[in-house]
Design a protein around this ligand. Structure first.
Ligand code: NAP
Length: 415
């Protein structure tokens, strides 16, 4: 590792390594974390206690997470005068797997976004969001228990790459002139213009990750979600390349919807993952009306952004949705909500998003027993209607507790 200039790594513990195309996880892995701004410290303290209790409960003293605090956001700014010190990036790169709370996005220019910097440095091309319902959690739909999806959103391409020029700028004018001259495209003089790149490389590595996940975890299906009926050579190509990848690399483990209809009487054979595709707009309807038809979703950057938030709302919303940004091996797990600054230091908000992100992290490390303990603890706690303010205000007969009390209840309920 490039030398850390301002941070001292823990003396104990070892680094997670990438060897022979596999993650090598020691029994005492060093895990960098950022507690986050605003309510970050509250939810971090609660979640960290839950993680440590689960690992202890699952493995006695044999395995342990060795936490290494690194800094970004307000804490970094007040300590180092820098919103994002180089050491933080180096630590995440070196230790391979890390976790973070929410960070303030400072208003005005002159700073780098941690998420963008990490995404670029570590090539975190897949944003993964599992969304499931926990019994007892209030939901706006009749059957939230039907929702159990994992969204793999491509993170490095599509219109989010920022290749755009404002209306009236010399660059926009030049681009408009070029496409009119070369392609006979009709674009208004005063249009803002942008590029929507979607490549075979970018699509295939995302779909590969989604399919690997589905096969390893015996999920039912992978649905490629796209808007290819309108944007044929970007969104449509995404679907085409997705099927290609499934055929080339997962031929023996997958079956297409067409094959199921023609050869299997409409039902996918046991042990095979169904691969199908849906148009993005219809997907929103299906997620609401028959979410059981959707399982793992592989989709582009923009579609994935919308779908992730929409489906999270169906199972209880913002305090509960976990997330991860992944490359082939590097992984950063994170709360998906913001810093909710008005509640900072009140020991009030729901730690669920960060806690469930930790569950994803434990599963990523292969520590499934510890992950299951946390899920069990959460399930039981929600069933008892022991919840933080956000859920208590939507539930009849709830017992409203503080963030720290919620964590204690989850730990007690791990059983
Ligand atoms: P926010 O922090 O997500 O908060 C919006 C509302 O969501 C809160 O007022 C609260 O609702 C609810 N909420 C958020 N976290 C919750 C939790 N843990 N438990 C229960 N309810 C929770 O969004 P924001 O106010 O727009 O953004 C605040 C700051 O966060 C900004 O600086 C923004 O840039 C930053 N941000 C960071 C990230 C990130 O680092 N990943 C993501 C998004 C935003 P009620 O008011 O109804 O109680």
């Amino acid at each position: 590792m490039a030398v850390l200039e301002t941070l001292t790594p823990p003396k104990e513990g070892q680094r997670i390594e990438i060897r022979d195309n596999h993650l090598q996880v020691p029994d005492h892995p060093i895990v960098p974390f950022i507690e986050g701004d605003g309510t970050g410290p509250d939810i971090w303290r609660a979640s960290q206690r839950i993680f440590d209790a689960a690992v202890k409960g699952a493995y006695g003293g044999k395995k342990r997470l060795v936490w290494f605090e690194v800094y970004a956001g307000e804490k970094a700014h007040s300590t180092y005068g820098n919103w994002l010190p180089e050491d933080t990036l180096r630590a995440f790169q070196h230790y391979v797997v890390g976790i973070k709370g929410p960070l303030t996005t400072p208003i005005g220019g002159g700073f780098r976004s941690l998420n963008v910097s990490l995404r670029q440095l570590l090539d975190l091309y897949a944003c993964v969001r599992p969304v499931r319902w926990f019994e007892g959690v209030p939901s706006p739909v009749k059957h939230p228990e039907w929702v159990d999806v994992v969204i793999f959103r491509e993170n490095s391409e599509d219109i989010y790459v920022g290749l755009e020029h404002p209306s009236g700028s010399p660059e926009a004018k030049k681009l408009i002139e070029f496409v009119r001259r070369e392609f006979n495209w009709k674009v208004r003089d005063d249009a803002g213009v942008g590029l929507k790149p979607m490549s075979a490389f970018g699509t295939k590595r995302l779909v590969r990750k989604a399919l690997r996940y589905a096969v390893d975890r015996h999920r039912k299906s992978v649905t490629i979600v796209h808007k290819g009926n309108i944007m044929k050579y970007t969104e449509g190509a995404f679907a085409k390349w997705g099927y290609e990848l499934a055929r080339e690399e997962f031929g023996g483990q997958t079956v297409t919807w067409d094959e199921v209809q023609k050869s299997y009487g409409g039902k996918a054979p046991a042990g095979k993952v169904l691969i199908q595709d849906y148009i993005a707009d219809v997907t929103f309807q299906h997620l609401l009306t028959r979410p059981r038809d959707l399982d793992v979703i592989a989709t582009g950057n923009l579609n994935g952004d919308y779908i992730s938030d929409a489906v999270a709302a169906q199972v209880g919303g913002i305090g509960m949705a976990p997330g991860a940004n992944l490359s082939d091996f590097h992984a950063i797990f994170e709360a998906t909500h913001g810093t909710a600054p008005k509640y900072a230091n009140l020991d009030k908000v729901n730690p669920g998003s960060l806690t469930l992100s930790g569950v994803m992290m434990l599963e990523y490390l292969g520590w499934n027993e510890a992950a299951s303990l946390i899920v069990r603890g959460l399930e039981k706690t929600f069933k008892q209607k022991v919840v933080t303010y956000d859920l208590a205000r939507l539930m009849d007969g709830a017992k409203e507790v503080k963030t720290s009390e919620f964590a204690s209840a989850v730990i007690d309920n791990m059983g």
